[in-house]
Design a protein around this ligand. Structure first.
Ligand code: IMP
Ligand code: MG
Length: 370
């Protein structure tokens, strides 16, 4: 495994496979263009390695140019105009062989196609080392395809991630995680804690309750705990950044987990964004927000009942309980929308026996894990 910037990549296509692919393409090009004096046009930066290997194997006469897609501000009506930088050669009437490292959506190819057609080339062929059929949305024919690959992000052999990785002699793909990550939601008294404990065992997930993480860090006087405490002591809310950093540390302690149950987090849209970005950097995501839905009157009843034995003062007074429930809905309405918009919100009826509710939650989770 390798790391480039913030992302992890794992080996995907070996140097040997790449070489034999290039040999096959080169044979075809020798056969089809050996006596046609083509102009090889390598598209920089990605194709430098591929182009070099193909051209080395070409036995006939040929010319070689490298170009790069660029754009300049045109008139108001034309807007940005695409151009090929570095084209120092008249292509009119010539046979051009375009060498591409990868064709993904095909957007780049369309731009080049237009420019070559305006340049009145005799004919041109498209050669690409890698091709993502699932991503390709254009109808320019690809004449020579090295390898079809799934719609995954790759680096190496000329291809980069944000500038890095072009020098790698084999191809790596973005590491994918098999985690299942859930955000468990529900008003006070909905039975979140009970269900989280059952689900974490049933599905071998790591349960992260932000409240517990806070208390742990403060008790153990970690740097993050001390930072959080300094806000709490001043009666201020702990900033999202401190909270998300604690959470990151917790996730990183459990990199090999099957997944996480986040409990009490995220609470704000900024936190949800931060969580999204963080999990993305780990090659994973929040797969679902599962909310236990329980009617207010039942919650009040349950909490008053709990108050009789728990000794928690906030469980004893109906007005306090109702306010906590209201705060929950005021706070979380935004997050329900946030996940609903992405089809990742699942409401589950939280009224019934513990087993019944676990069963309903399991139906959702089993589907996610398939
Ligand atoms: P297209 O215009 O979408 O076909 O994409 C072509 C360009 O996008 C390539 O020349 C690369 O610069 C970049 N690209 C597409 N897919 C990948 C990938 O998986 N890894 C690295 N660069 C990529
Ligand atoms: Mg390219």
């Amino acid at each position: 495994m390798i790391k480039l910037h913030d992302l992890e990549f794992e080996p995907f296509i070996s140097e040997g496979e790449i070489t034999s692919t290039i040999e096959k393409i080169s044979e075809q090009l020798n056969r089809d263009f050996g006596d046609k004096k083509p102009v090889f046009l390598g598209v920089l930066n990605g194709s430098f390695m591929f182009a070099s290997e193909v051209i080395k194997r070409f036995k006939g006469d040929c010319e070689i140019s490298f170009v790069k897609m660029g754009s300049y501000e045109g008139t108001e009506s034309t807007g940005k105009v695409k151009t090929l930088l570095g084209l120092n050669q008249e292509l009119k009437g010539r046979t051009v062989i375009l060498l591409e490292d990868i064709v993904d959506t095909g957007n780049t190819l369309v731009e080049i196609d237009q420019i070559l057609k305006q340049g009145e080339v005799k004919d041109y062929k498209v050669v690409t080392l890698f091709y993502k059929p699932e991503a390709y949305k254009k109808n320019i024919p690809l004449d020579y395809i090295g390898m079809e690959i799934p719609n995954k992000f790759i680096v190496g052999y000329g291809l980069d991630y944000d500038g890095l990785g072009r020098n790698l002699t084999q191809v790596y793909k973005r590491k994918e995680s098999k985690m299942t990550n859930l955000v468990l939601f529900g008003p006070p008294g909905a039975g979140k804690g009970t269900q989280a404990t059952i689900l974490k065992d049933k599905y071998d997930l790591v349960h992260i309750s932000t409240g517990d993480v806070f208390r742990f860090n403060i008790k153990n006087q970690t740097a993050l705990g001390l930072s959080a405490k300094s806000y709490i002591d001043k009666g201020q809310l702990v900033p999202d950044e401190v909270t998300i950093n604690m959470l990151k540390a917790e996730v990183e302690k459990n990199e090999d987990a099957n997944g996480f149950i986040f409990d009490g987090f995220p609470r704000t849209e900024a936190q949800a964004d931060a969580l999204e970005e963080f999990l993305e950097s780990k090659g994973t995501m929040v797969h679902a927000m599962i909310a236990l839905e329980v009617e207010d009157n039942i919650l009040v009843e349950r909490l008053l009942e709990r108050g009789k034995t728990s000794g928690r003062p906030d469980d004893a007074d109906e007005a306090v309980i109702r306010n906590r429930i209201k705060v929950y809905y005021d706070e979380t309405a935004i997050l329900k929308n946030y996940y609903q918009k992405q089809d990742r919100y699942y409401g589950v009826d939280g009224v019934g026996s513990i087993e019944e509710i676990t069963e309903r939650l399991s139906v959702v989770i089993d589907k996610l894990m398939k």
